[in-house]
Design a protein around this ligand. Structure first.
Ligand SMILES: Nc1ncnc2c1ncn2[C@@H]1O[C@H](COP(=O)(O)OP(=O)(O)OP(=O)(O)O)[C@@H](O)[C@H]1O
Length: 254
């Protein structure tokens, strides 16, 4: 069995009366591509953000390579995110006023790499992702698929071991979506790194090595629901159905 390098234990998070995460356990191994699916509002983004140290859980822990991410302060988490993690979101993370190369290089410059070196490395990544000749275009001068490939370059130029992607193909047509998924998988799992991806699209999920499902904050192996049982957080009103949760080995447990 491969080693775990990102794990979550008993993650719970609620917003007011609603539950976003309900006692989630998850182990992710190096080189995996993991898709998280589920209905709108089921907690997918909250899980992704909690794994990535963006959101703090109410209880439970996230461990990345021996570091208790949930125990870090905001400055430490921010450093971890910059240095070890990459992010590809549907929109909003690229800076529209900057060119493609400036957007990619910025990720390195924030880690202290001089501009000239940062731009040289960024050029290589942009070319690798099929964007040679487009380096000096601003983001608004690129198609959606091209912009997502800039985001992939930015997520990987720092050598991120894990890329967290939230609906990376959400705004794209099916052909461009397939191309962006190919680029994303090649740039991550194809190089021994890890991809954790949230998607509504079963075609996108089917490209990943493993698919998990969120349902009312509960993570499961199965897409369909069963009648409610006793796993809800006490006092929470979710109107939930129950699905088996994952053990540390990814086995379903009742
Ligand atoms: N910052 C917040 N403040 C209040 N409620 C929130 C916040 N973030 C998420 N929620 C709530 O937590 C629940 C889970 O939200 P989350 O965004 O994780 O779901 P999701 O499965 O990613 O949804 P979608 O597919 O629509 O993006 C939802 O009920 C949502 O309204």
């Amino acid at each position: 069995m491969t080693s775990t390098f990102l794990s979550a234990r008993s993650l719970s998070k609620r917003y007011g009366a609603g539950i976003a995460l309900n006692n989630v356990d998850l182990d992710i191994h190096p080189g995996e591509s993991v898709a998280i699916m589920g209905a709108s509002g089921s907690g997918k983004t909250t899980l992704l953000h909690t794994l990535a140290g963006i959101t703090s859980p109410d209880s439970g822990s996230v461990n990345y390579e021996g570091t208790d991410v949930t125990g870090l302060n905001e400055t430490q988490r921010s450093k971890l995110r910059r240095e070890a993690f990459g992010f590809v979101f549907q929109s909003g993370l690229l800076i529209p006023e900057l060119t493609a190369i400036e957007n990619v290089a910025l990720a390195l410059m924030l880690n202290g790499v001089p501009r000239r070196d940062a731009e040289a490395q960024s050029l290589g990544w942009l070319a690798h992702l099929g964007l040679a000749g487009m380096e000096n275009r601003r983001i608004g001068e690129l198609s959606g698929g091209q912009a997502q490939r800039v985001a992939i370059a930015r997520a990987q130029v720092t050598g991120a071991r894990i890329v967290f992607a939230d609906e990376p193909t959400g705004a794209l047509d099916s052909t461009t979506s397939a191309e962006v998924m190919t680029a994303l998988l090649n740039a991550t799992a194809g190089r021994g790194n890890t991809l954790v991806l949230v998607t509504h699209d079963p075609t996108v999920a089917s490209r990943c090595s493993r698919t998990l499902f969120m349902h009312d904050g509960v993570l499961s192996l199965a897409p369909t629901s069963r009648p409610a049982a006793t796993q809800a957080i006490p006092g929470a009103s979710t109107g939930t159905t129950f699905l088996p949760q994952l053990s540390q080995d990814g086995e379903a447990r009742a």
